[in-house]
Design a protein around this ligand. Structure first.
Ligand SMILES: Cc1cc2nc3c(=O)[nH]c(=O)nc-3n(C[C@H](O)[C@H](O)[C@H](O)COP(=O)(O)OP(=O)(O)OC[C@H]3O[C@@H](n4cnc5c(N)ncnc54)[C@H](O)[C@@H]3O)c2cc1C
Length: 391
């Protein structure tokens, strides 16, 4: 089988690229190691920047999003017994949308399959080669058979644990890494959101985040040690800790309900440079991950694809390969800004295990600096709502 662009991975990055290439008449095949039901039910991110929603709208994949997403115009910082609202829309003119990643993925799969774009589920890529030659090759297993897909270019959209990043020769690859000494215990619960906007809480016991997936489903997180076992936490303990970290505030009562899912996510920042090697382009989590405090993971995957699709379209439509050279550097400018923002939010809101009383007081002072100054609020809001795709 031959195609113009072989896409490994049917996450937000791979599926969006497939759609954008198809709309320009460029052929592609998507290989996904997991089953369709698995990828459609994988609970991960849930916040889309305005720019991400605009791109989903332009590519005809936002109809259900506009019916079901919850549109947010602000967030609250909760610390030192006080609540401070950041009015994102007043400060930036833009909004964010609460819509689960699994719903984004479902909409993308439907749009691609309806248009006849081949997505092979349970097709595990095992090796890529020919990156410096005339033609790239992907070896994969599908329905028990070894298969080969040849292509002009490979989009490595196979997430953090995929095979593509390791195909770049180690002497050319530089990985920038930071592992945080804590994780997030996340729950899904059949409970209306505690508040109609996200609550980011700094407490001496650790960070807590109150978010949601729908008007009837809450998603909440508490900072825990990175190797914590979610099963060590009973439902009552989780609700009790969430209540403590939220604190007592007039007119704000913790909303509780049946916990339907709980898991621990480790926190890590990582950036791979370069993002291109010959016929291979890395995009999304295969090239970088962020701690989820800034809600940037899925949005960065989407902005990478915006830049990559432009480069591929320029090549196939105008025979102009110049954007291949600038793909990585263009993405990396935004990626590093998102890395900084995610690190900053994480550092400002979490308890470091070795933090001194000085550190704790300095952290609260920093939160006051941001929350009580229009300049501080604007800085947070501009980054939270999403920077331009190209900068
Ligand atoms: C557990 C977890 C929780 C997260 N929670 C949040 C959150 O709360 N908020 C937030 O903003 N972000 C969160 N993220 C980050 C966000 O979900 C990712 O940034 C986003 O999924 C990136 O999209 P992607 O398409 O690049 O990669 P992915 O969504 O990871 O997609 C990669 C795809 O490639 C497939 N694949 C891998 N290897 C192969 C192979 N060899 N052959 C074929 N297919 C392959 C995988 O099965 C997968 O479907 C979370 C991520 C994880 C892992």
């Amino acid at each position: 089988m031959h195609t113009q662009v072989g896409i490994i991975g049917a996450g937000p990055a791979g599926l969006l690229l497939a759609r954008m290439l198809h709309l320009q008449g460029i052929s592609c095949v998507v290989l996904e190691s997991r089953s369709r039901p698995y990828v459609e039910s994988r609970i991960r991110a849930g916040l889309l920047e305005q720019g991400s929603v605009d791109l989903l709208t332009e590519t005809g994949m936002a109809d259900r999003l506009y019916k079901e997403a919850m549109v947010h115009e602000g967030i609250e910082l909760v610390f030192d017994g006080q609540r401070h609202r950041i009015d994102i829309t007043a400060l930036t003119g833009r909004k964010v949308y609460i819509y689960g990643q699994q719903e984004v993925v479902k909409d993308m799969i439907v749009a691609n399959l309806a248009a006849g774009v081949p997505i092979l589920f349970e097709a595990q890529a095992s090796e890529i080669s020919g990156l410096e030659g005339e033609r790239a090759t992907i070896r994969y297993t599908h329905e028990g058979k070894e298969e080969v897909l040849t292509c002009d270019y490979i989009a490595g959209c196979d997430g953090f644990h995929g095979i593509c990043r390791d195909a770049i020769p180690p002497q050319l690859m530089r990985g920038h890494d930071r592992i945080y000494p804590f994780g997030w215990l996340g729950i899904l619960a059949d409970a209306p959101p505690t508040k109609d906007e996200l609550l980011y809480c700094r407490h001496d016991n650790g960070f807590a985040l109150f978010t949601m997936r729908s008007p009837t489903v809450s998603r909440c997180y508490i900072q825990v040690p990175p190797d914590e076992n979610a099963e060590n936490w009973s439902d009552d303990q989780i609700w009790s800790e969430l209540e403590t970290r939220l604190g007592k505030h007039e007119g704000l009562t913790l909303s509780t309900g049946k916990i339907t899912q709980k898991s621990v996510t480790a926190m890590r920042s990582y950036v791979a440079e370069p993002m291109r090697h010959g016929r291979l382009f890395l995009a999304g989590d295969s090239a970088h991950i962020v701690p989820p405090t800034g809600a940037k993971g899925m949005n960065l995957a989407i902005s990478d694809i915006y830049v990559l699709s432009k480069a591929l379209v320029a090549f196939y439509k105008k025979n102009d390969a110049s954007l291949f050279e600038t793909y990585g550097p263009t993405c990396l400018r935004r990626i590093w800004r998102a890395q900084h923002f995610s690190w900053w939010m994480t550092s400002m809101l979490h308890n470091l295990p070795d933090a001194s009383p000085f550190d704790a007081k300095r952290q609260v002072a920093e939160l006051y600096t941001i929350a009580t100054s229009k300049a501080g609020q604007t800085l947070l809001a501009e980054n939270y709502v999403g920077l331009p795709f190209e900068m």
